[in-house]
Design a protein around this ligand. Sequence first.
Ligand SMILES: NC(=O)CC[C@H](N)C(=O)O
Length: 193
Amino acid sequence: MKVKIGVLAMQGAFVDHEKALQMLDCETMQIRTVEQLNQVQGLIIPGGESTTIGKLMDQFGLIDAIQERSSQGMPIWGTCAGMILLAKEIEASDQLRLGLMDIKVRRNAFGRQVDSFEVPLDMKEIGDEPFPAVFIRAPYISEKNDQVKVLATHEEKTVAVRQGHLLAAAFHPELTDDSRMHQYFLDMVQRSL
Ligand SMILES: NC(=O)CC[C@H](N)C(=O)O
């Protein structure tokens, strides 16, 4: 049976993640309710505005529900704002969050003059070819503990990590036609079953 991967659809870049997943061998579902969450075997939290996504998740009862599924080992991947929402610590912010990963993040961390840029990123975990990473008002990881594995850095800043069943990237893999990160997450989901 094909696995079904949910894309949290509160706000932000969820449609592009769905399109990226549809190129792969899996089913997808937009997630707005706890009932929908309970029908998927993995979850992507997209980029967007992390404060808005956090508030909406809370209103829909999804913070508790996602924390519960995570405690049972369901793979979760946060990109950009989604990475912020996965972090236990967000510098200078008390915004609502899932707080699942042992990372501290800094929002809008690459400075105003470079709101958005694309770089070839070395990420051996997904292959030898560099990954075309699109950063949009991106955060980075300023601290982490030993449980967290660094997958990629840009200018010595940590921008992609994995902690067991949790994956986070500061950039937007759904905006390129390189599907290796989505395939990597799909593999995590298939292995978790
Ligand atoms: N592209 C993005 O997801 C940007 C994240 C946004 N700066 C935030 O803090 O929520």
